[in-house]
Design a protein around this ligand. Structure first.
Ligand code: APR
Ligand code: ZN
Ligand code: ZN
Length: 361
């Protein structure tokens, strides 16, 4: 039987979100209903509310979540009721060219639940990133659920569903950071600081954090950055070169999404080094680089989408490292809040004083 639960809904562009009663159908074939235990507040949720993603209002927000599978539909073999899972944005098809070539991260036939959750009057909701987890329960495709160690804290586990995974993955998957490497991270918000943590996990010897905000640099230091550079007071390209014996870093991770920081990333890398772009630019942004520099510096210029993560491989592995005390996910949980406080959390995020506010149920 369909259930009624409370959820955070954005009804119209730019308007504050509100708690609404939503209707969650029973899972159909290939679907699962998950009892959400924790869901982080991410910039993308705010972006949905502001109409920056698309106009498919009303949105059911929330997408960095962990919880327990309550029920599954016909044909579901991936998970069973009672499993503790982290949710990801999209189930992959397993059949397309990308999937068959072993790159399901780039699957072009991904899917979410087929049925829709609705408001009480029957209006269909658009779940943020196909999840919609600022709700006591949510309906997803079973392939969006990845089973992990149930002893892990839900607030920490949920973070792997989005921003923290994007940052860690940028370092360990896309950047392929290796033991002894020097790594520079430009922009140390939630994503950049997760890249710092990823670089440390991968065994980087030098981790240079760059930001314009000293508070963020302090956090980066506490998470494993060996050096910090405030790029308001020092030229970050010069500073990174100086800190790497005049060479530049083996891997530079850009986690801001602005032309000037893309350019800094490009020039802060060593010859034949790798630049990883995680910051998402807006459609109007351009950079203008001499082709001879692109050619002459060698190396790789890569973009990292969702940290090039493979949930089935990366979520359980990172949760195991967390459980062993080798990956401090708790450091990213600045505060835990109630479902009613999402709007307040957006405000705090705007002021840049939290890594993550996490709704716990
Ligand atoms: N140089 C260096 N750092 C900067 C600059 C700059 N010119 N401008 C902003 N920053 C810093 C901010 O001080 C902040 O610490 O970049 C950081 C951005 O962090 P958040 O706003 O918390 O954003 P985050 O969630 O980390 O996402 C960063 O990655 O996935 C993408 O869409 C996301 O583009 C965004 C980026
Ligand atoms: Zn997110
Ligand atoms: Zn596919």
């Amino acid at each position: 039987m369909a259930q009624q639960v409370q959820g955070v809904v954005a009804r119209a562009k730019g308007e504050p979100v509100a708690i609404e009663t939503i209707v969650v159908p029973d899972p159909g074939p290939g679907e699962a209903v998950v009892r959400v235990q924790a869901c982080g507040v991410c910039h993308t949720d705010l972006h949905y509310r502001e109409g920056g993603i698309n106009d498919d209002f009303p949105f059911l927000l929330g997408h960095e979540a962990a919880g327990v599978v309550e029920s599954v539909g016909d044909g579901v073999t991936e998970v069973a009721p009672g499993d503790f899972v982290i949710l990801n944005w999209r189930a992959v098809c397993g059949q397309c060219r990308a999937c068959l070539r072993g790159r399901p991260q780039y699957c072009f036939d991904t899917h979410n639940a087929k049925q829709k959750m609705t408001l009480l009057d029957g209006t269909e909701l658009s779940p943020a990133l196909g999840i919609g987890a600022f709700a006591e329960k949510t309906l997803v495709a079973a392939g969006q659920c990845t089973k992990v160690d149930p002893a892990a804290s839900p607030a920490a586990a949920g973070l792997l569903g989005c921003g923290v995974m994007a940052g860690i993955g940028a370092a360990i998957n896309t950047g392929n950071v290796g033991r002894g490497d020097s790594v520079a991270v430009i922009g140390c918000g939630g994503v950049g600081n997760a890249a710092v943590v990823g670089a440390r996990l991968a065994g980087a010897a030098k981790i240079i954090a760059v930001d314009i905000d000293d508070k963020k640099l302090e956090t980066a230091k506490s998470l494993g950055a060996t050096h910090t550079v405030n790029s308001r007071s020092a030229d970050p390209i010069e500073a990174v070169r100086e800190l790497t014996g005049g060479h530049g870093a083996d891997v530079v991770i850009e986690a801001v999404g602005r032309p000037e920081t893309y350019e800094q990333a490009f020039y802060a890398r060593d010859l034949a080094g790798t630049v990883v772009l995680v910051g998402v630019p807006t459609p109007d942004m351009r950079i203008d680089l001499p082709l001879l520099d692109v050619f002459g510096r060698g190396g790789a210029l890569k973009s990292s989408w969702y940290g090039d993560c493979l949930p089935s491989r990366d979520f359980p592995m990172l949760i195991d490292l967390y459980q062993q005390g080798r990956l401090d996910l708790d450091a990213f949980v600045t505060e835990t809040i109630a479902l009613t406080d999402v709007e307040k959390a957006f405000e705090r995020m705007h002021h840049g004083d939290v890594l993550r506010s996490v709704v716990v149920f």
